[in-house]
Write a protein that binds this ligand. Sequence first.
Ligand code: BG6
Length: 503
Amino acid sequence: MKTIKAQPTVFIIYGATGDLCWRKLVPALYNLYLDDWMPEKFAVIGTGRTAFTNEAFRLKLLDGVNQFSRSGKAADDKWADFSSHIFYDSADLNDHETYSGFCNHIAELEKEWNAKAYVIHYLAVAPSLFPVIASNIAKNKLAEQREHTRIVIEKPFGHDLESAKALNQLLNENYKEEQIYRIDHYLGKETVQNILAFRFANAILEPLWNRNYIQHVQISVTEQLGVESRGGYYESSGAMRDMIQNHILQLLCLVAMEPPNNFNAAEVHSRKVDVLHAMRRFSSDEIRKAVVRGQYGKGWIEGKEVSGYREEKGVNPQSNTETFAAIKFFIDNWRWQGVPFYVRTGKRLHQSASIISIQFKDQPHFVFPPEAIDSWQQNRLIISIQPEMSIRLQVQGKRPGLDMLLNTVDMIFDYKTTYSSYTPEAYETLLLDTMQGDQTLFMRGDQVEAAWELLMPIISTWENKPSVNFPNYSADSWGPELAEALIAADGFHWISLPVNGKK
Ligand code: BG6
């Protein structure tokens, strides 16, 4: 629970000249400052190889805040005060002196504040640098004060099961699990946190939330954007590593987990990892039947011609990397036996939207005559994460009129009309949790490994057997036809909601 302000805190952001710091981290810290969540005594030390003066660094960050902060352009007086807490130390992260430099800087701040600082090392760097920075922090005695030191690791956490295990091992040798914050920014999204509230604060749902009433579940995270300037990164990642291993499996765990005994981090983590352990493993035959991959070709999006993936900057013209994946999962436990969980994600699709749809089973008997029913639809609960933030329950109702005519209507809980308060960005929530030492919305080491373990057979099969059909979907479509066939074979179809009035 966030009710008290954090203690004096020093953030060291590694990779501070990169996009994440500029677009997300500093705008989030600035909004926390505006909303009075930042401790009175805090400092942000950005570090990277490029040389910057404090002033030049602050100016760059101001530009980011002006462009990306949810609260709009920064007011001069507020920015002047906030930015006086920001410093830049240019550094070679392989060099031990860099870290003694940080020690000195922290010691100076503590002296000035007359207080012990909590130090948060935020690794916003390429994954290849995680091991060297994490071990150098520890070797240079920056992590000795265990109660006061935390390390935040951005995704991707590992490239496969083996590298994730190696990274966990390295971290565990130098840090306690309570010090390690593995970020998945989806968990900080307001609507994603609300899945927990919705499921576990409402008694009416639990009796229905199982194989007796639920026919199938869909999780769909579709994006209109292509890989933009991230072709180099994406080539070694693909949709499976970029979205499914983390964001989508996290969403699935929130939908499928058993009720935790309480809202403590360890308890929530354990219930989520139980789901991953219960997920059915894929044999090569099942990979063929239950998994679809795709790669986008060129096309038109909103009147603009866009390149195919293989033409993007930094991408191999013969690339075998998937920009789309759809999978049918099963969870082998008492609650979910036999209920398919369909997930799909992809770039350059028709819509940018993230929704979870829970479709309930048919009613056992039709009371109304066939003439009463235009097109029958099972009850659905649709949790819309973005861009619309809503939960809608689709039910059948009687149309007004003298006839008995039924149609589907939505009972909607819409954030926009329900709340007038602002919605914090995911990074605001997660950075504040890091300062307050709350790991509930972060991933534990075993969870990350369990997610890799589940997906490795698919990843290896795809790597060993390049697709002969890529590109197999065009920009502005809903992905490869086979993804439609995957769900249609079971008698269902992918659900989407209109985005900005457009379906
Ligand atoms: C990131 C992925 O983790 O999530 C990106 O690396 C993706 O490829 C992004 O576009 C989606 O996040 P959001 O918050 O825009 O849905």
